[in-house]
Design a protein around this ligand. Structure first.
Ligand code: ATP
Ligand code: MG
Length: 183
């Protein structure tokens, strides 16, 4: 599976619909301070099911919605779409019937978040599991936030182990075991 496109609409500073085409070998995004580089990475994490406002540098989940600027009024919703190439058919069951998977997350003021995968309503849990199985996901060690390296160096052993488990691709299994134990 590979990411091929990220589309933002009303997400943080990306008030107008913006497409980022992710070609093979993309390793960095450069631009002046405040142009939205970190917001792009946050959009990627958010569409994969990130639910901690702190990871989105906000106080509440609705802070991801464009909140207005001198010349533009605030928006009522934010939407991020992530397109995955699934020609290798490595997506988990339930997602694996097509060559391309489009995951959309939308948040509306006072109405919370909803997710769709290829047009069908899905739960946050399903989306999180899809990406956990692909060894990526909101907590993936492949996405390194500013300041995260020093946090990792100072982390407690348990927290550091979680990062290693994500990197090893086994955190999806843990999440499933935990769900099974609760049933
Ligand atoms: P740096 O190089 O300093 O790390 P950056 O390119 O990573 O900068 P970001 O942090 O992604 O920049 O973008 C910050 C900009 O996004 C700021 O101008 C901030 O006002 C704007 N921003 C953040 N949240 C919102 C929001 N909800 N609505 C509108 N603008 C927002
Ligand atoms: Mg930044």
């Amino acid at each position: 599976m590979r990411f091929t496109k990220l589309r933002l609409n009303g997400f943080k500073s990306f008030v107008d619909p913006t497409d980022l085409v992710i070609h093979d070998g993309l390793t960095g995004v450069v631009g002046p301070n405040g142009c939205g580089k970190s917001n792009l990475l946050e959009a990627l994490r958010w569409v994969m099911g990130e639910n901690r406002p702190t990871a989105m540098r906000g106080g509440g989940m609705e802070d991801v919605i464009f909140n207005g600027a001198a010349t533009r009024t605030a928006r009522n919703f934010a939407e991020v779409s992530l397109v995955l190439d699934n020609q290798d058919r490595l997506a988990p069951a339930g997602f694996n019937d097509q060559d391309q998977i489009e995951v959309i997350r939308r948040i509306t003021r006072d109405a919370g978040s909803a997710y769709k995968a290829n047009g069908k309503d899905v739960r946050a849990r399903d989306v999180q599991m899809l990406f956990a199985d692909a060894s990526t996901g909101a907590h993936s060690p492949a996405l390194v936030r500013q300041g995260q390296i020093s946090e990792l160096i100072n982390a407690k052993p348990k927290a550091r182990r979680r990062v290693l488990e994500e990197a090893a691709g086994i955190s999806g299994l843990y999440a499933r075991r935990h769900e099974a134990e609760l049933k």
